[in-house]
Write a protein that binds this ligand. Structure first.
Ligand code: SF4
Length: 82
């Protein structure tokens, strides 16, 4: 899963881009729910929030480092597609 660091400027552009609805406004900055984030696996070739963030503040969450296979399994679980 990805995460949003405190460099976030609350510009709002990433929230509607997330195909998993994993991004929402937190207490002071935007947050990514690691249980919903597939790093866009299953939807797009690249994480859409990373592509659009103007300040590049969306790295991989060090507490939720996942393989592509694990991300695919999460996608399947979230969508019930396989
Ligand atoms: Fe924050 Fe980047 Fe999302 Fe804008 S695109 S709200 S700066 S994480």
């Amino acid at each position: 899963a990805l995460m949003i660091t405190d460099e976030c400027i609350n510009c709002d552009v990433c929230e509607p881009e997330c195909p998993n609805d994993a991004i929402s406004m937190g207490e002071s900055i935007y947050e990514i729910d690691p249980h919903k984030c597939t790093e866009c696996v299953g939807h797009f070739d690249e994480p859409q929030c990373v592509q659009i963030c103007p300040v590049a503040c969306i790295p991989v969450n060090p507490q939720h480092v996942e393989t592509r296979e694990t991300l695919w399994q999460k996608f399947d679980r979230l969508t019930g597609s396989r």
